[in-house]
Design a binder for this molecule. Structure first.
Ligand SMILES: Nc1ncnc2c1ncn2[C@@H]1O[C@H](COP(=O)(O)OP(=O)(O)OP(=O)(O)O)[C@@H](O)[C@H]1O
Length: 222
């Protein structure tokens, strides 16, 4: 089982001001696939991604990635889990003072030899068509190029899971299509599961499966 989310709730705040972002959400992905999470703004898509990536903790329920219950992880084990997950965000989230290759290598920095790390980062940059821009800073790249760097960074540490939150939201139609093509291709090559939160019906249509979230739960397809 790649992903098994069971009856998860996530409450932000407390008392009268509390918001229940997730209200008993369950989701299974049995084998590596590209899965679109769709639903209106505020339905809970980003919250699901954050829980799976170990960036946030469920209030109740269980969140398992390849058999590991993320909700019980603490300290070093949680850091290790985050390292097995690649993230791609709408706003790219590259480090502005680092070059493209340095940004891609970032998830590998705490381990491995420097030479190996950069060889791997360069190979990924080549894969996303940016070998020639390895020494460019994010500010010198277009939006589509920045998202390609972010995709390379998300894949550099051989993740089992790639989480993408509106990855094409800041791109024009042509760049959005090219970036999505690339994301789907590299996820298939890596044999990782991709979960992509999106408002774009074209993005959802290109995934293997669509999960619709409404009011913090998976909406019954029936
Ligand atoms: N840190 C937080 N503190 C308080 N409320 C939060 C927090 N994060 C999310 N929420 C609330 O939880 C609900 C779900 O938010 P979430 O960001 O998961 O929705 P979403 O489906 O990703 O929305 P969008 O499509 O606009 O990105 C919303 O009502 C939101 O306001």
């Amino acid at each position: 089982m790649d992903i098994e989310v069971r009856d998860v709730t996530r409450r932000f705040g407390s008392g009268g001001g509390a918001t229940d972002a997730l209200r008993g959400l369950s989701l299974e992905v049995t084998e590596p696939a590209a899965v679109a999470l769709v639903g209106t703004s505020g339905s809970g898509k980003s919250t699901v991604l954050n829980l799976l990536g170990g960036l946030d903790r469920a209030t109740s329920g269980s969140v398992a990635v390849r058999g590991t219950d993320v909700t019980t992880l603490r300290g070093r084990a949680l850091v290790e889990h985050r390292r097995r997950v690649g993230f791609v965000f709408q706003a790219f989230h590259l480090v502005p003072g680092l070059t493209a290759v340095e940004n891609v290598a970032l998830p590998l920095v705490p381990r491995g030899r420097r030479g190996d790390t950069y060889r791997r980062a360069d190979a990924l940059l080549e894969r996303v068509g940016l070998a020639g821009r390895r020494d460019a800073l994010p500010g010198e790249l277009s939006g589509g190029q920045r998202q390609r760097v972010a995709i390379a960074r998300a894949l550099v540490a051989d993740p089992v899971l790639v989480l993408a939150d509106e990855p094409t939201g800041n791109l024009d139609t042509e760049n959005a299509r090219a970036v999505l093509d690339l994301l789907l291709e590299v996820r298939a090559e890596a044999g990782a599961t991709l979960l992509v939160a999106t408002h774009d019906p074209d993005v959802a249509a290109r995934c293997d499966r669509t999960v619709r979230i409404a009011d913090g739960r998976v909406e019954d397809p029936g």
